[in-house]
Ligand binder design. Sequence first.
Ligand SMILES: Nc1ncnc2c1ncn2[C@@H]1O[C@H](COP(=O)(O)OP(=O)(O)OP(=O)(O)O)[C@@H](O)[C@H]1O
Length: 257
Amino acid sequence: MIEIKGMTKIYKLNKKQMKESKTTNPVKTAVNNLSLTAKPGEIYGLLGPNGAGKTTTLRCISTIIKPTKGEIFVAGHEVQKEPEKVREKIGFLTGDIKLDPQFSVDYMFDFFGRLHNIPEDRLKSRKEELFTYFGIKDFSHKKIKELSTGMAQKAAIAVCLVHDPEIVIFDEPTNGLDVITARSVTDYLKKLRDDGKLVIISTHVMSEAEKICDRIGIIIDGCKVAEGNLEQILHDTNTEDLEDAFFELYRDIKGGK
Ligand SMILES: Nc1ncnc2c1ncn2[C@@H]1O[C@H](COP(=O)(O)OP(=O)(O)OP(=O)(O)O)[C@@H](O)[C@H]1O
């Protein structure tokens, strides 16, 4: 289970960031008093536009950065009090952290497997299972930098699942992938969910959220503005698809037509 209780993340901006953001305010509230609960056996989707605070939220859950306020429990462990325990439980995929391009997929998989203290025979069977599913067996000896975008993303996914984590946290998992590769990734997320894992993803792709998420949290300007399964969100916004629901909520927050 993931439980976020009143999480706020405020970044301090340097002069360059202030200039880029055209602001004189030296701080940016990326996430504002966010609470949510995600449970095993579901795919929870954090849906929001660019800059909404999705990546920040997932990074805080994954112990990469610290929330400014609030508490986050992952499988019962608070992220700031027991970060190592949290890291054992999760697999975290984000576009910002890439596998070292100089090494082969095989090497990276074994390296992270050994970091997680996985016995060699288990590591071998895990590799066989994941590399076969993602079709990377024939490429596993190649350096990451020699792989296509899709293949590199599938390799990154395999590596972050090496320890068979009970909680899978994927930041924009299909970003930049063609439709075939994206489908193999989303099908695997469904398989993980069906195996009883908790999967939490961020996305700005409405159709992806509609198709694969059991529950969706819509986040705009760092605030959760709606949550529920698709049916509940459409009912609450009196709309017929998620895109319309999103714009309804967006207009409420931002004003305008
Ligand atoms: N390290 C940082 N320092 C300062 N501001 C940051 C930092 N990281 C993110 N931000 C700002 O916080 C806000 C939320 O960013 P975040 O990356 O969490 O959003 P997002 O919903 O994941 O967006 P995207 O889809 O564009 O990745 C944005 O305004 C962003 O510019």
